[in-house]
Each structure stands twice: as structure tokens, then as C-alpha cells.
Design a protein. Structure first.
Length: 248
């Protein structure tokens, strides 16, 4: 294992493992999601037979009409995995992308829900991702529900959250009981430190391991062929994380 890695590289490797844990054919990645995009490309470079649809890709974007085509594919059941985050995420995997305070979130405004609820319901599964892990983000109960993590009996939804990956740990979501359990903690974290920084309660099932560090092979792929794929779309991310810049 290599100890010389950036936090974003650990997160990309961790997400890639979650991607490969379940048979996946088609992944869609939303705009401004460089870490999930890196994870998807890593899974592909590692041999996963996955089709990637990257909405933020500057050239070769498969969606000529943007998100309308994404929603159409998802409604047909042809998107197996999507990534979502939120200004707030609670212990039932509810997402708040609206804001806090009196409706409609007049205290703090978030970017807006857009198609998050539809994608959450109709994608085969969703990986929740948020680098910031604090009681401000991971709350006991979201102020507004943009996209619900669980639904009432009889409400049709194709999938639920698979996991929540943060800058401190990995949670697994259990839709049958509407709760997260702690899967692993990143280097430097403990169950106690994660609990202290998490606003919602979660389950701990036995001894919680440390999130595996990236291997030299994984880092070589990220900094090499994965970065090559991402350079045009995410030049700032590649320069900051992989120390690579576009040729003049």
C-alpha cells in the first residue's frame, strides 16, 4: 500500500470498489463531480465492463439534448448507478438540496433539487457522496426533503442508496430499516471521532476496519490513464490532485 496519496485519491479508489461490488452496466455522472468521475474511469481502467455517461464532459458527451435524455434513459431502467449529494443528508438517507430555514430555505440556500428525486427513485442504485463530514452536513433530520431515502409501502421506486462515502468514512445504507451502518473509517479516524462529527445515529456492527489505502497500481492508473480521460473536462482538479496540467 502507498501512504503518499491525496484524500481525493482515497475517495476515488473507495468509490470504484463500491461500483465494482455490484454488476453495473451503465453509470451516469452529473455535472461538477470530479471524484465520482475519477472513480468511474478507474473502474473502467481496471476492466469493469461499464458504459459511462458523463454529463459534464466537454467533448463526446453522449447526451446531445442534455438531462432530458438522461431522465428518459433512467425512466426506462437503463441507468444502473447514479451519484448524489446534498447540502444536508440525514440518517434515513434523505437529501436536502433546497436550503435551511423557513420555506423555501431562506436561511441558507443550496443549489436546488433539479432531478435528484427522480434519479434517486428510478436509478438502479445510488451512491451518496460528500467530502465534508460535519454535523452541519450530516444532520439528524434534513430541513427540507429534496429526495427521500426511503418510501412508504406501495410507492414504486427502482433503487435506494447503496452507501454514503465522506471525507471521514464509508457508511452502508439499509433501506429495510432506514438506517446507515459504519463500514470503514479513513486513516486517522475512529468510530468515536466519526460519531462526534455526525449529526445522525448509525449502527456499528462489530469491529470497524480502516478504509484500505490506494495501492501503487491504483494510484498509477489514477495519475495516468484516468487523468488523461479527465484532463479536458476537469483541468483544475487534475492539476491540484494529480499534479498534471494541460499542455500549452
Amino acid at each position: 500500500m502507498s501512504t503518499d496519496y491525496r484524500p481525493e485519491e482515497l475517495l476515488a479508489v473507495t468509490l470504484a470498489k463500491l461500483i465494482r461490488a455490484v454488476p453495473t452496466h451503465h453509470i451516469a455522472v452529473g455535472a461538477a463531480s470530479p471524484v465520482p468521475a475519477a472513480a468511474c474511469w478507474l473502474a473502467v481502467k481496471q476492466g469493469a465492463p461499464v458504459r459511462l455517461s458523463l454529463l459534464h464532459k466537454r467533448s463526446g458527451n453522449p447526451f446531445t439534448e442534455g438531462t432530458r435524455e438522461l431522465f428518459d434513459l433512467t425512466g426506462q431502467g437503463r441507468i444502473d448507478l447514479f451519484f448524489l449529494g446534498g447540502g444536508e443528508i440525514d440518517g434515513q438517507a434523505n437529501l436536502n438540496l433546497i436550503g435551511t430555514g423557513a420555506w423555501p430555505g431562506r436561511e441558507v440556500r443550496f443549489p436546488g433539487s433539479f432531478g435528484s428525486a427522480f434519479m434517486y427513485f428510478m436509478s438502479g442504485r445510488t451512491i451518496l457522496f460528500r467530502e465534508e463530514h460535519s454535523p452541519r452536513v450530516l444532520v439528524e433530520k434534513v430541513a427540507n426533503i429534496s429526495a427521500p431515502g426511503i418510501s412508504e409501502p406501495g410507492v414504486y421506486r427502482r433503487g435506494h442508496a447503496q452507501a454514503l462515502v465522506t471525507g471521514r468514512c464509508v457508511f452502508t445504507f439499509h433501506p429495510d430499516r432506514g438506517r446507515f451502518s459504519l463500514t470503514s473509517v479513513h486513516e486517522g479516524e475512529t468510530v468515536e471521532s466519526v460519531r462526534a462529527m455526525t449529526g445522525f445515529d448509525f449502527d456499528v456492527e462489530g469491529e470497524v476496519p480502516q478504509t484500505p489505502a490506494p495501492t501503487a497500481e491504483e494510484l498509477a492508473l489514477l495519475r495516468g490513464s484516468v487523468c488523461d480521460e479527465m484532463m479536458e473536462t476537469y483541468p483544475e482538479f487534475c492539476a491540484r490532485v494529480f499534479n498534471r496540467k494541460l499542455a500549452a
